[in-house]
Design a protein around this ligand. Sequence first.
Ligand code: CMP
Length: 144
Amino acid sequence: IRERTLVAVKPDGVQRRLIGDVIKRFEQRGFRLVGLKMLQASDKLLAQHYISLRKKPFYSSLLYYMTSGPVVAMVWEGHNVVRSSRMLVGDTDPAEASPGTIRGDFSVHISRNVVHASDSVEGAEREISLWFQSSELVDWEGCD
Ligand code: CMP
């Protein structure tokens, strides 16, 4: 199944110069980059992105962290990319993330976990449409 997912290098990942490492892992796995931009995320965008977390005690600190610097948003395409991305990224809590995953290799705390990846196909569609205009996504062919 060819799918798309939203992956974002969070402000701590950008500040720690990890953008290239994140891209490298998705490229070497064989996924196709179809959208890429750096932006300072607005509270409005993040409120929509994290709508399901709005009642959580960490919600305001999450928005503060996510607006503390630029984010690099990406759309990756490929076979089962949603599920595979979650495996590449590792558990939300870096303490639970296996070595070899992005979080397992680069982070220690759940509130600064370097990267985001959509958790379902429906979530990915919703998030991609929040972060990208369809004109910003590029269809291109390559070997899968
Ligand atoms: P992510 O899975 O990308 O999206 C939700 C984010 O909320 C998650 O990454 C963490 O950055 C953050 N988060 C989840 N649980 C906690 C928590 N208990 N404390 C602080 N931040 C959290």
